[in-house]
Design a binder for this molecule. Structure first.
Ligand code: ATP
Ligand code: MG
Length: 426
């Protein structure tokens, strides 16, 4: 029979690679905790209407990338989440979470978009996202941007070299409307260079026309009316507030007036952390303010800011730079020459594990030599050799595997607590 395969663009994450994922997730959690963000977990499947209302009807995601389907049992219109924000906001409204004020939240999870799979672009991919809900000021915009910077630093990425912050301000709806009218007039004058998609969208979503990846339209996009020139004093004050805080912590950024983001719900601050090391998939983290979304999804109006970060892209970037190597998985490997001795061995392994030592037990028998090969391949720093002679004396031989010429030592099984710590990483 032909074996079945995973769905195209959806990847298995297997050892040893999965260790890099876990390490990255742990590093992210540690940073998130230090900024006071709490974890939320929402369903992968949501009503399709949530994304249509939340992300916007005339967007790549909703128009052509969403895995939407009908529930066979009851005909409900459902979709696999293409992003995390809409679900988090839905949950906050549903559980009246914003009643007592602002909330700082984060999530990890798989997202689904029907795109053309390529390096750094998949149909199932993973995001870590943060959402700060209920805060209106530029301080929290700066906070989420800084949270990302802290993460880059801990990952060993260098700002300005490996990742760079791009920043823009989208203003408020009325400012965008004035700009939009000017933009449509401009696009109408440049019909000859617009591709079909641009022509179709120039009236429904002209801003998105500027977000094009079509090289033939770049020059046209460069010369288009700039939203920045349509911003009123309040929007400018917010933008300058963010910039002043970033300046205060020495975070250099590039102003990018063409940064509009692929989702409809953003206003005021938008930003992306980009790299030039991943080709066309250069955006590793993207976000901004979305003050209108909570009300748009049926909640009491409240401001919000957040970002989504592509985990696969971060891992690719780390790999490209030779960073993020995973640590060995276990501290020690238990060599069990005679499985019949296990009843006498197992209590020691359990005591070591209880003391925090990662111990992998050899299973399945085999020669002493083949067991040592496995011990070596496991990445363990020590082999615990439970030979018959040692066991008869109530002892185990502890053999260092990674230090050239290091001698083995003999340890008493009855005194695990005295030597367990020696097996832990320095
Ligand atoms: P792009 O312009 O690359 O399509 P996007 O604007 O659609 O990105 P967002 O919706 O802002 O992306 O998602 C946030 C982050 O999630 C992106 O910056 C990227 O790192 C990651 N991401 C988005 N789509 C994919 C995908 N199909 N595969 C892997 N990562 C993705
Ligand atoms: Mg996209």
């Amino acid at each position: 029979m032909q074996p079945l395969q995973a769905v195209k663009g959806m990847n298995d994450i297997l050892p040893p690679d999965s260790a890099r994922w876990e390490r990255l997730e742990a590093q992210m959690r540690s940073v998130l905790q230090r900024y006071g963000y709490a974890n939320v977990r929402t369903p992968i499947v949501e009503p399709t209407a949530l994304f249509v209302r939340g992300i916007g009807e005339v967007t790549d995601i909703v128009e052509k990338e969403m895995y939407a389907f009908e529930d066979k049992m009851n005909g409900d219109h459902l979709a696999l989440r293409p992003e995390g924000t809409a679900g988090v906001v839905r949950a906050m409204i549903e559980h009246s979470f914003l009643r007592e004020g602002g909330k700082r939240l984060y999530y990890f999870g798989a997202m689904f978009r029907h795109e053309r799979p390529q390096k750094g672009r998949y149909r199932q991919f993973h995001q870590m996202g943060v959402e700060a809900l209920g805060f209106a000021g530029p301080d929290v915009d700066a906070e989420v941007i800084l949270l990302a910077r802290t993460l880059w630093r801990e990952l060993g990425l260098v700002e300005g070299r490996d990742v760079t912050l791009e920043l823009n301000c989208l203003g408020q709806p009325e400012e965008r409307r004035a700009h939009r009218a000017a933009l449509i007039a401009y696009l109408e004058q440049h019909q000859d260079v617009l591709d079909d998609e641009a022509k179709r969208r120039m009236h429904s979503n002209p801003l998105r026309v500027l977000d094009t990846k079509n090289p033939a339209m770049q020059a046209m996009a460069e010369g288009a009316p700039k939203l920045l020139d349509f911003l009123g004093p309040e929007s400018l004050a917010h933008f300058n507030g963010v910039r002043a805080l970033l300046d205060a912590v020495g975070l250099a950024y590039r102003l990018n007036p063409r940064l509009v983001r692929g989702l409809d719900y953003y206003n005021l601050t938008v930003f992306e952390w980009v790299t030039d090391k991943l080709g066309a998939q250069g955006t590793v983290c993207a976000g901004g303010r979305y003050d209108g979304l909570i009300e748009q999804l049926g909640g009491k109006a409240a401001p919000a800011v957040g970002f989504g970060l592509g985990i696969e892209r971060i891992l690719l970037l780390l790999e490209t730079l030779g960073l993020g190597a995973a640590e060995p998985q276990v501290d020690a490997y238990a060599v069990v020459p005679d499985p019949a001795d296990l009843p006498r061995i197992l209590p020691t392994l359990e005591a070591l594990r209880a003391a925090g030592v990662a111990v992998q037990m050899h299973a399945g028998g085999g020669s002493f030599k083949s067991q040592f090969k496995k011990a070596d391949a496991s990445g363990a720093r020590f082999a615990l050799v439970f030979g018959g002679d040692e066991l008869a004396r109530g002892e185990v031989a502890v053999k260092p595997l990674r230090e050239e010429g290091a001698a083995q030592s003999i340890r008493a099984l009855a005194a695990v607590a005295d030597w367990a710590a020696e097996l832990l990483p320095a």
